[in-house]
Write a protein that binds this ligand. Structure first.
Ligand SMILES: NC(=O)c1ccc[n+]([C@@H]2O[C@H](COP(=O)([O-])OP(=O)(O)OC[C@H]3O[C@@H](n4cnc5c(N)ncnc54)[C@H](O)[C@@H]3O)[C@@H](O)[C@H]2O)c1
Length: 301
């Protein structure tokens, strides 16, 4: 079963996926092997990931390995409707459309959990945290939305049957580590974000580039000559700062609370100062901290 924006978009989605496949030879090699060996036969996978052409290549690979996959978004704004339609056409249980509201977003998680997954895949931990809240009997607005679609399952039992999960991003790993510290994590999670091949590349170069792509598409701003302020000099922040320089920013200022990372920023040739000072001079502000209230009202006055 699937719920997507418009099945008529499927053919465009197939082309998108084909394009991504041409640039993902490693995953295609794995798919080739999976098709023969079927290592995931009989496994149910609930995936909360960006529903994009690249994720589609992953999902098709899991399916080739024999898995039954339910795919829902990890962000209500990143879904590519044509790709969702193409996956639905191939029999993947997709519940995703661009611009879902909060209720629809958590309904989608309910849809994925009703698959009674053996494995969860997450990007930001919304699905894993929702399942854990329900398994621990915690109810709030978001879990109410989940249950609207999943129904009142025995979530404790459901979680106990999950063999393991994956978490892709820094923020998700932080949330799950907190659960683990409180002794509440109910199954093992592979912190994909901790692998060299993730944070050294996706966080730094991938997000470094796509952040600027998003800003330029949204604002049509010319970056040359601007004063750019980047909060957080972690893997994402350093990619953004590096690309700001390449785009011709007049000054690139880093705001960082970790003194060693602040020092690295200085040695990499960036100015470092507190947000209270950067706020006076910056034209474009980007936070890449995983933290909240990095830019506050007092910085805007
Ligand atoms: N959208 C994407 O594609 C994508 C990809 C990777 C990471 N992320 C997200 O980007 C964020 C950063 O990821 P990362 O891998 O660079 O994390 P990181 O832990 O390597 O870096 C975060 C940095 O922010 C600093 N920091 C924290 N609070 C701060 C504050 N209040 N003021 C200034 N600095 C502060 C920390 O000291 C740290 O150096 C996370 O939320 C992560 O989930 C998004």
């Amino acid at each position: 079963m699937a719920k997507v924006r418009d099945m008529a978009l499927a053919s465009r989605g197939r082309h998108q996926i084909y394009w991504a496949e041409r640039n993902m030879p490693v995953l295609l090699k794995i798919r080739e092997r999976f098709s023969k060996e079927k290592p995931l036969e009989g496994l149910r996978v609930a995936a909360s990931l960006h529903v994009t052409k690249e994720t589609a290549v992953l999902v098709k690979t899991l399916a080739a390995g024999g898995a039954k996959v339910a795919l829902v978004p990890s962000n209500p704004l990143s879904t590519q409707d044509d790709v969702a339609a193409a996956l639905a056409e191939e029999g993947v249980d997709v519940y995703a459309w661009r611009g879902m509201n909060e209720r629809e977003y958590y309904n989608a998680i309910g849809f994925a959990l009703s698959l009674r997954p053996d494995i969860t895949m997450d990007d930001g931990a919304d699905l894993t945290v929702a399942l854990h809240k329900l398994a621990h009997g915690i109810r709030d607005r978001t879990t109410d939305y989940v249950v609207e679609i999943s129904g009142n399952l025995d979530f404790r039992e459901l979680a106990s049957k999950v063999r393991g999960g994956t978490e892709e991003t820094t923020t998700g790993v932080i949330r799950l580590r907190a659960l683990h510290r409180e002794g509440k994590l109910l199954y093992p999670i592979i912190a994909v974000n901790e692998s060299y091949t993730k944070y050294l590349f996706d966080n730094r170069y991938g997000t470094g580039q796509s952040t600027w792509d998003g800003i330029m598409r949204a604002t049509n701003a010319l970056i040359a000559g601007k004063v750019v302020v980047v909060a957080g000099y972690g893997w994402v922040g350093r990619g953004i700062a590096m690309r700001a320089r390449g785009l011709g920013a007049r000054r690139v200022i880093v705001v960082e609370v970790n003194p060693i990372r602040a020092l690295e920023a200085v040695f990499d040739g960036f100015e470092v100062m507190p947000m209270s000072e950067a706020a006076e001079v910056g034209d474009i502000f980007i936070t890449a901290t995983g933290d909240i209230r990095v830019i506050r009202v007092e910085h805007m006055l």
